[in-house]
Design a protein around this ligand. Structure first.
Ligand code: ADP
Length: 704
């Protein structure tokens, strides 16, 4: 085959070949002498003869093309008129496309053989090619789209798919299509640029991930189901062992106590493991409900340090903390930040078998608060460091085997921190110790916490309706509540629950959402809709993570099984007590004062809602109007003067009596505002003095 690739020929209006370039002679396999000056039909290629004939028969200004196989080559001929309306005959450019076509066929064979779908778009958003895999995934739509202007959304059969790169933009996203069949596709769109930098359009690839995603969902559902099935019996095991150890079933001797404590410890371990597995399956399936609020870093660190103080001391570990006073608040979920920190501190103590020190520090890093936990324990080798945050990964050494654990903690830490918008990292020196650091975004100024009402600290009184389909668990909850002083009525079905709620008008209902004859959520909805029962607080108890749904349907709180006795009692006490005792709102930015005041007030039978600044105080008033406000004047964001002004300027809140507490000189320019308050106490004051004032104000109905 010769190297000739493009030739030229001309034919007169009478049909005589007037010119035939050397390459054209090679491509059309004719000699100059045979053809030039002779009729064009002497050319041997029949397709070309036919095309020239029709152009001579109907002269025009158009250029036409014809492509055909000839003598082992693929020839492409363009025929154009010479002069207006081909007055001087036609010119033919003949090109050898053999190589081009072979390459194209090869590329198409590669694309056709690829398992992923390919759709090629031109710069004008026309579909120029779809491979068989794309046709298999998208059906007739894909075939019909070739040669037409089509968007990726139209091609996928999805309306307004978010984040879907249209031709021209590079992006990757996951979409679910239902036509021609249900499929989950990972779609990646990338621009096509030739080596000279010219934009040739773009290509979208579609990778079918249906099987992988469905397997992951099934795995999560399986873990979820198994965990739930385990949780129900564990609720009984743990609950009843706790009762026996606490002496509720009579005296036990030392040996019995020792054995039961082993059962207790192991059931706790099992509960922790199941909780971790459930947590992972929830995180992986996106069923995590976060309550993001501004959090005081120092409070959380203090809480975790208090929890671990005894454990650390028993392990010979010195636990200390260092938090600068000026640290901004972070935007996170209180329980989840606590969970992350507890995991890290627990590991730090656990992996310091020879004692040593564990330090928790916090500092601001850009738009984040970074909390780090440093230990002087075993440390981690560089090769293990990279795998630490992987599920079930544990460093394989005799020491870690002895220490025990599931290898789930750090993978939960990573997922939870990332869910809150932060990151987690670790540095470590084997044999020297490790530092784990996680970050949480700084809370924006307009993120306001709505503080919760806490009921008085006193023994329970009144009737609680316990609804649970499992009589053993109902008995267990009854035991906890009766010990506290409540009277309990129990229902195991929805119908019975409805009847007992109307008959007894309980102070509170605990409701398991799994009932034999009804869906607990329907019952919850009925109870909150019915004016007869609407004001009875309902606490949902469930083995399934239904917090979001429960709270949306009007549950007052949500507790997960296995039930923790302390949590249950504090929630029940809080809700029952909070309902009928006078509510005092305490607003003070000094945490120690706030804590001490809240405790004293609750001991005296008041319900308390504690606010750290004026914003929180106003948010709390919006949720439930307090019977009295104890207000510090100097507070960040919104100060006490502004709170008084705001409260006194609205008809529905202006009658709330306000007792101002201040240690500072009063701002003389704002003295008029202060006159709107009912009372004024100067710090320091004694608790007795304060309670006396409060009782006076409440007794007198307040001024305002
Ligand atoms: P677990 O502690 O239950 O095994 P984690 O996911 O919390 O699971 O930790 C994974 C592994 O990382 C641990 O098994 C341990 O080998 C290692 N590790 C975690 N924290 C530390 C630490 N502070 N010091 C040394 N090794 C650690």
């Amino acid at each position: 085959m010769s190297i000739a690739s493009e030739g030229f020929a001309a034919v007169s209006p009478a049909g005589l070949v007037t010119l035939l370039s050397a390459p054209a002679q090679v491509l059309l396999d004719v000699s100059h002498d045979d053809v030039v000056g002779a009729d064009y039909t002497r050319l041997r290629a029949s397709e070309l003869i036919e095309a020239i004939g029709s152009r001579l028969a109907s002269p025009s200004d158009e250029t036409t093309s014809v492509c055909f196989a000839f003598e082992g080559r693929v020839l492409h001929c363009r025929i154009a008129g010479i002069g207006a309306q081909a007055a001087h005959g036609v010119a033919i450019v003949v090109r050898d496309d053999t190589l081009l076509l072979t390459q194209r066929e090869r590329s198409e064979a590669v694309l056709a053989g690829a398992g992923d779908g390919f759709v090629v778009f031109t710069t004008a958003c026309e579909v120029s090619y779809v491979n068989p895999a794309a046709i298999e995934l998208l059906g007739d739509r894909a075939t019909a789209a070739v040669g037409t202007k089509t968007t990726l959304s139209e091609l996928l059969g999805i309306e307004n798919a978010p984040l879907l790169g249209e031709p021209g933009a590079a992006c990757m996203t996951e979409v679910t299509i239902t036509d021609p069949a249900h499929r989950i596709l990972e779609v990646r769109t990338s621009p096509v640029i030739d080596p000279a930098g010219r934009d040739l359009g773009c290509v979208s690839t579609m990778h079918d991930v249906t099987a992988e995603r469905e397997a992951a969902i099934m795995k999560n559902e399986f873990v979820s189901m198994v965990s739930h099935e385990l949780r129900t019996p564990l609720t009984s095991i743990k609950g009843y062992v706790d009762l026996i150890v606490d002496g509720d079933a009579g005296e036990i001797n030392e040996t019995q106590r020792e054995f039961l404590e082993i059962v207790q410890e192991n059931s706790d371990r099992l509960v922790a493991l199941i909780n971790d597995m459930l947590d992972i399956s929830r995180i992986e399936s996106g069923r995590v409900h976060l309550r993001i609020e501004p959090l005081e870093v120092g409070d959380i660190i203090q809480g975790v340090a208090d929890t671990f103080r005894t454990y650390a001391a028993q392990s010979g570990v010195d636990l200390s903390q260092s938090v600068p006073r000026s640290l901004p608040r972070m935007a996170g979920d209180r329980d989840r930040v606590g969970q992350v920190l507890m995991n890290l501190v627990s590991n730090a103590v656990k992996y310091s078998p020879g004692g040593g020190s564990v330090t928790v520090e916090a500092h601001k890093r850009g738009g984040f608060v970074a909390i780090s936990v440093t230990d002087t324990g075993l440390g981690i080798s560089p090769e293990n460091l990279s795998q630490l945050f992987t599920k079930f990964f544990r460093v394989d050494s005799s020491l870690t085997r002895e220490i025990g654990g599931s290898g789930l903690g750090l993978s939960i830490v990573k997922s939870v921190v990332e869910l809150m918008g932060g990151t987690v990292s670790v540095t470590s020196q084997e044999g020297e110790g490790s530092t784990f650091t996680f970050t949480v975004p700084v809370a924006p100024a307009d993120l306001v916490r709505t503080p919760r009402v806490e009921g008085p600290l006193r023994e329970g009184t009144g009737t609680v309706l316990v609804v649970d389909h499992d009589p053993e668990i109902a008995d267990l909850i009854e035991t906890y509540l009766v010990r506290r002083g409540y009277t309990v009525v129990k229902a195991t079905s929805g119908e019975q629950a409805r009847a007992l709620a109307l008959e007894h008008r309980p102070r509170l209902i605990t409701l398991d959402v799994m009932l034999d004859d009804a869906d607990g959520f329907d019952l919850l909805q009925e109870l909150t809709d019915d004016p007869e029962t609407a004001d009875i607080p309902v606490v949902v108890l469930s083995v399934v993570c239904d917090e979001g749904r429960s709270l949306r349907l009007g549950a007052a709180d949500y507790l997960e099984k296995p039930i923790d006795q302390g949590r249950l009692l504090s929630v029940v006490d809080g809700l029952v007590g909070a309902k009928d005792s006078p509510l005092v709102l305490v607003a003070d930015d000094d945490r120690h004062i706030l804590d001490a005041l809240s405790r004293t007030l609750r001991r005296k039978g008041f319900s308390v809602v504690g606010a750290h600044d004026g914003c929180e105080a106003l948010a709390a008033v919006g949720v439930r109007k307090p019977d009295l406000m104890l207000l510090d004047l100097k507070m960040p964001r919104v100060d006490g003067y502004q709170v008084i002004q705001e409260i006194k300027s609205h008809d529905d809140t202006k009658d709330i009596p306000i007792v101002v507490m201040t240690a500072h000189r009063i701002d003389s320019k704002r003295i008029d505002i202060l006159k709107l308050a009912s009372e004024h106490v100067c710090k320091p004051f004694s608790a007795e003095e304060l309670i006396e004032r409060i009782e006076e104000v409440l007794g007198g109905g307040g001024t305002g």
